[in-house]
Design a protein around this ligand. Structure first.
Ligand code: PMP
Length: 364
């Protein structure tokens, strides 16, 4: 990959200088468990429906698409339930774009965004890209966030935007709703709860969607990239107060969601149960990973997501490399001694555990 040379680097905005682009390695190894993708291909009957829906748009591509994507937002609202309607939902090309739009509207120069590290690495990058000052909030020893500690940091920094992530990437654990409520009570501005992995939550874990009726400054972001297995389709969305949705439209590019994306996403949503069938299988592999890794004496964070963070590895980098050498790609998220592995098919879990046992045997 070409690097940014000195001459061009001097022209780059100061807050972006010296940074690396988002870059999960895309290596051609047999077992890829590093980006929390859904390992199951789109089922054949759904492929046929998506192809038909996309084909129906083709002759009309001489025209711009529905700028406000109303039909798609209506379908997304129906999927979410909780009595939500299209005017409370907004969609874009992945939840990354949704979050970027939120920072363009509610963050920006002279404003601060607060998140709690370790969390999704794009949140600070999106802040940098929008000129928003980023503050790294602190978690407890076990990556935990208590209502008191979290609210105290919000009061200290008075952020225009707070990012919570539930279930949190990379730790996997969902936030108890009282923590979200405490942050909402303390925050002067927008509170974003990134629920990219909500569909994988363990029973008894409530979504922040339930808090929307009482909180106008709450925004819940979701994606079709994970549970729906539609990462390549690029469709993320948010649920919020209609006025927040109206404000986001100030910064969206005209016709940002192509007619093809809108049609494909609607066809996929029409088959939600068929696609979400894989969630049960993935949760089984997730729980299996937690049990198996704990049985090996490793530290494992509770997971409500389709991935598991495991630690007690000594230096994680050589372990990551040794796994790649055995054809298994997991994620080094930069936490000393810890690695993250996505839940895949049962055969992929087998391959990962076999490779890990081999590596640990060599290490111990
Ligand atoms: N939020 C979190 C917590 C994520 O892990 C991801 C994907 N890795 C995203 C948002 C972005 O997903 P997308 O843009 O595909 O919707």
């Amino acid at each position: 990959m070409t690097t940014i040379d000195r001459e061009i680097d001097q022209l780059v905005r100061e807050e972006l200088r010296g940074r690396s682009p988002y870059g999960a390695p895309q290596l051609a190894v047999p077992v890829r468990l590093n980006t929390n993708e859904n390992p199951y291909p789109v089922p054949a009957p759904v492929v046929a429906q998506v192809a038909e829906a996309v084909a129906a748009e083709l002759a009309g591509l001489n025209r711009y698409p529905d700028r406000d994507a109303v039909a798609l937002r209506t379908d997304l609202a129906d999927y979410l339930g909780h009595g939500l309607t299209a005017d409370q939902v907004w969609a874009a090309n992945g939840s990354n774009e949704v979050q970027q739009q939120l920072l363009q509207v509610f963050g920006g120069p002279g404003r601060t965004a607060l998140g709690f590290t370790p969390s999704y690495s794009m949140h600070p990058l999106l802040a940098a890209g929008t000129g928003t000052t980023w503050v790294d909030g602190q978690r407890g020893e076990q990556f935990d966030l208590t209502a008191e500690a979290t609210a105290a940091q919000v009061r200290e920094h008075q952020p225009a935007v707070v990012f919570l992530c539930s279930p949190n990437n990379p730790t996997g654990t969902a936030l108890p709703l009282p923590v979200v409520s405490a942050v909402l009570a303390a925050a002067p501005g927008i509170v974003v709860v990134d629920e990219a992995y909500a569909e994988f939550a363990r029973p008894g874990t409530a979504s922040a969607l339930t808090l929307l009726p009482e909180h106008r400054r709450l925004v819940v972001t979701r994606t079709m990239s994970k549970a729906f297995g539609f990462a390549g389709g690029r469709l993320g969305y948010l649920a919020a107060d209609p006025a927040v949705v109206a404000a986001v439209q100030l910064v969206r590019l005209p016709y940002h969601l192509s007619a093809l994306t809108q049609a494909a996403a609607r066809a996929v949503l029409a088959h939600a149960p068929a696609l979400l069938a894989s969630v049960t299988a993935l949760k089984e592999q997730r729980d299996r990973l937690v049990t198996e890794l704990r049985a090996r004496g490793l530290a494992v964070a509770d997971s409500d997501a389709n991935f598991v963070l495991f630690g007690g590895l000594g230096e994680q980098q050589p372990v990551w490399r040794a796994l790649v050498d055995r054809g298994v790609l997991v994620r080094d998220v930069g936490i000393a001694g810890w690695l993250r592995v996505s839940a895949g098919t049962p055969a992929e879990t087998d391959a990962f555990l076999t490779a890990l046992d081999d590596v640990l045997k060599e290490q111990r």
